[in-house]
Design a protein around this ligand. Structure first.
Ligand SMILES: Cc1cc2nc3c(=O)[nH]c(=O)nc-3n(C[C@H](O)[C@H](O)[C@H](O)COP(=O)(O)OP(=O)(O)OC[C@H]3O[C@@H](n4cnc5c(N)ncnc54)[C@H](O)[C@@H]3O)c2cc1C
Length: 446
């Protein structure tokens, strides 16, 4: 391709990060190609998912109100499960969300297509059904991409927004990122289950058009580090979840145990739990999807800029599993990358020294503050399996004793519970809970 045909920017992947980057650059008048391997943006994408409208508004302004969102989330629930019980740790119905919702359930196939349409409206060229096979590197500098379909495309900068997963290895292949370790990613699955809207509303205690989210820990994932979820859409439920890949594929375990830990086995186990089954009854599974989630925390973030390239969203390992946030870190990082490229274009400098500005913008933003804050969260669960296994069991038995009316005096019940806690590590449980609280709540060290 002749030099005059060179684009200002190529964005790889039309997920939340890529589309946010493309919109930001196209609106500033840059020539941008947004390349997506799916037949349409979103056709290959998986997410729970809850989307946060604040970040969408930052990219598309008031147009966010036209986005194909499913239901505003009015109620959040967190359950700790054992095989015999579901302990409601949190049930928060926030009625303010009726007037000022901050999160909505979404189906990515619909949302991503709409969002990519906004990039086209802004002037970006959306190129679907095109796989970027490799980054073109000349003299140590990324100068474009090689695609299976279009041949080589050149640009001043390539914004890599390919997500993570088995098919997303551009950075690795180019030697710009080390291969991921199994304890840096969760393997997640999701089913979309069709149920009529009135049934959703009565089962999840929602007003018409309103939504709820339930996230479940402990026996929900057979004690693995992760969680399962149910999110209410208009006329479907998103049901899924996942756990650390290292715990699903631990070669020290027997074949039977590994089979119990496959994503599919976890999903069936969750759907059959007596507290979950009635919520899904009569529903028909219309889609089944699987994908990875970055869980490596702050220390797993690769180099996010270099000569002629930037990296955003999941590809940059920006994700906060504790708060099930990923789409917002993706959109925000895409927007900041877009702004950086617009600035670099003004300077006419796409070197690493110029694009480093992206990393500085991220460092000053809430994105890196959150990444640092929760850096220790996943290792905490990974190294303390009792937190999602033995402790919920202990709590369940104590609650069973406490609530059961069976001719035993309350004094005797209290002594039994204290004895049980002393004998079965209740003190360690309190210590571990304080340690976990400290890991998540300690002041930020910048
Ligand atoms: C089961 C599940 C539940 C989740 N729930 C939530 C939730 O409730 N809330 C939340 O905020 N986040 C959630 N997330 C995380 C969220 O989905 C991600 O953080 C977010 O999608 C990251 O956006 P992204 O644009 O970086 O990557 P992606 O959304 O993965 O988009 C990458 C895009 O690049 C395309 N692509 C990849 N490689 C190529 C290539 N070589 N050539 C061309 N195109 C390519 C893909 O097809 C895709 O469209 C969930 C994730 C999963 C798996």
């Amino acid at each position: 391709m002749a030099d005059e045909e060179k684009l200002d920017a190529i964005v790889v992947g039309a997920g939340p990060s890529g589309t946010a980057a493309a919109i930001t650059m196209a609106r500033a008048g840059l020539q941008v190609a947004l390349i997506e391997k799916g037949a349409k943006a979103g056709s290959k994408n998986v997410m729970g998912g809850i989307l946060y409208n604040h970040y969408l508004e930052e990219v598309v302004g008031e147009d966010w109100r036209q986005a194909p969102l499913e239901r505003p989330i009015i109620e959040e629930q967190r359950w700790m499960m054992t095989d015999h019980a579901a302990i409601r740790l949190l049930g928060y119905k926030n009625l303010r969300n009726r007037e000022h919702p901050h999160s909505f359930s979404v189906l990515r196939a619909r949302f991503d297509e709409w969002f990519a349409g906004k990039a086209e409206e802004a002037g970006a060229f959306l190129i679907p059904e095109t796989v970027v096979e490799e980054l073109l590197i000349e003299n140590g500098r990324v100068v474009g991409v090689r695609t299976g379909r279009e041949g080589d495309l050149r640009s001043d900068v390539v914004v890599v927004c390919e997500g993570i997963g088995l098919g997303s290895k551009l950075l690795e292949r180019a030697g710009l990122r080390k291969p991921l370790r199994a304890n840096q990613v969760a393997m997640a699955v999701k089913e979309i289950i069709a149920i009529d809207p009135a049934t959703i509303e009565s089962r999840f205690n929602c007003e018409p058009g309103e939504g709820a989210s339930i996230e479940c820990y402990g026996a929900a994932t057979r004690g693995l580090s992760g969680f399962m979820f149910i999110y209410t859409n208009r006329d479907t439920l998103s049901v899924g979840g996942g756990a650390l890949l290292s715990e699903m594929s631990d070669t020290r375990l027997s074949r039977d145990e590994l089979e119990r830990r496959t994503p599919n086995a976890l999903m069936n186990h969750f759907k059959c739990h007596p507290a979950i089954r009635p919520l899904l009854q009569g529903g028909e599974t219309v889609e089944y999807l699987a994908k990875m989630i970055p869980e490596g925390g702050y220390r797993a973030i690769p180099r996010v800029y270099g000569d002629g390239y930037l990296v955003c969203g999941d590809a940059a390992m920006l994700s906060n599993p504790v708060h099930r946030e990923g789409s917002n870190l993706a959109m925000e990082s895409g927007r900041l990358a877009g702004e950086t490229v617009v600035h670099a274009k003004e300077k006419g400098d796409f070197s690493a020294a110029s694009l480093r500005d992206y990393r500085l913008r991220l460092d000053r933003s809430w994105v890196m503050a959150d990444m640092r804050k929760y850096d220790g969260a996943v290792p905490l669960l990974e190294h303390n399996p009792q937190m999602l296994g033995r402790y919920p069991e202990l709590l369940d038995r104590a609650l069973d004793e406490f609530f059961r009316v069976d001719g035993v005096s309350k004094w005797d019940k209290q002594s039994r519970i204290l004895r049980m806690f002393r004998k079965e590590g209740g003190l360690r449980m309190i210590r571990d809970t304080i340690k976990a609280g400290w890991t998540l709540a300690r002041p930020l060290h910048r």
